[in-house]
Design a protein around this ligand. Structure first.
Ligand code: SF4
Length: 311
């Protein structure tokens, strides 16, 4: 942090417990969603995805084709209050305000939002928080190409928003470091998915593979994805061996684990339930297992699982 940025009263409390995850308690708030319908955020609601009016206007012509990547609300239509967290909070901050850090401040983003959360805690406010990936929005490039390579934006946005979400902060997020509107939405939803804050598509956990791997991990993962990619909210682990695989499946709902050369064991949670299935039929047996446990839905032929969001 720069000397200038550090020149402000430090808060009297940390806004989160660094040793144990707990989501910040915030007031449930209804904002105007797309098409004027109310959208709830804060409280126990899933973290919502916001866009600016300018971004929405560029997406409006294809909004019906965005599928799972549709934004929840336009931030300009919400009761947003942007503050400088180095300063005392504005007097009379409404309890139903959506609070964020103002753009253009000379503060590291993670620091700025942690400081804002601490200021709110000091003031006894549970106003919902809108997180941003950057305080310096990307400007549309007249040449049509994004001024910053997408990989750079992906890394910085994921680091910033992911860290804050893992702190337990945030009731809505706004990605404004990526100029292309479709890309910014895809990035926002994928950050929520990767941080476990809002699952909107199938989640896969695969081991990195090593000398113990008992099948072609990349090919098998691709086949499993092709069969299950439409199952929203189902988490599938694909592990190369039974030596370490079951212990590394985290909280997956189903597991596909190499049991012996050419043989697969299938898991429900951490429990092995099918053993030594020939590899050639293991993917369809995995699908059967998902069906048996009531987690299967038929794919909708009219809806691509990942709509094109080229800008
Ligand atoms: S799960 Fe097994 S195959 Fe995969 S990386 Fe770990 S030890 Fe290797």
């Amino acid at each position: 942090m720069s000397a200038e940025a550090a020149d402000f009263p430090t808060p009297s409390c940390l806004p989160f417990d660094p040793f144990a995850y707990a989501r910040r308690k915030s007031t449930r708030l209804e904002v105007t969603g797309l098409n004027g319908r109310p959208v709830a955020l804060g409280g126990d609601e899933a973290i919502k995805v916001a866009v600016t009016r300018a971004t929405f206007d560029r997406l409006a012509h294809k909004i019906d084709r965005l599928g799972d990547f549709k934004p929840d609300f336009v931030v300009d239509d919400s009761p947003l209050v942007a503050v400088d967290p180095r300063e005392p909070l504005p007097a009379g901050l409404p309890p139903d305000a959506l609070v964020t850090v103002g753009d253009g401040l000379d503060l590291p983003v993670i620091t700025a939002f942690r400081l804002l959360a601490a200021r709110l805690a000091e003031a006894g406010s549970s106003a919902p928080l809108l997180l941003k990936d950057t305080l310096h929005p990307a400007a549309p490039d007249p040449g049509g190409s994004s001024p910053t390579p997408f990989l750079d934006t992906l890394l910085s946005s994921s680091t910033t928003l992911g860290s804050l979400i893992c702190d337990g902060l945030g009731d809505a997020i706004l990605v404004q470091g990526e100029e292309a509107p479709g890309q910014s939405l895809r990035l926002a939803f994928n950050i929520l998915q990767a941080s476990g804050a809002r699952i909107f598509k199938t989640d896969y956990v695969a081991c990195p593979s090593c000398g113990r791997t008992l099948f072609n991990l990349q090919e098998t993962t691709a086949r499993i994805k092709a069969a299950t990619v439409h199952l929203k909210g189902v988490k599938i682990a694909i592990m190369g061996c039974i030596v370490n695989g079951p212990g590394e499946m985290a909280d997956a709902d189903f597991g596909y684990v190499g049991g012996a050369p050419g043989k697969i064991n299938l898991y429900v949670g951490k429990q092995a339930v099918k053993f030594n299935i020939p590899e050639a039929e293991a993917v369809s047996r995995l699908v059967d297992l998902i069906k048996e446990h009531g987690r299967w839905v038929e794919p909708d032929p009219g809806t691509p699982a990942t709509p094109a969001l080229s800008d």
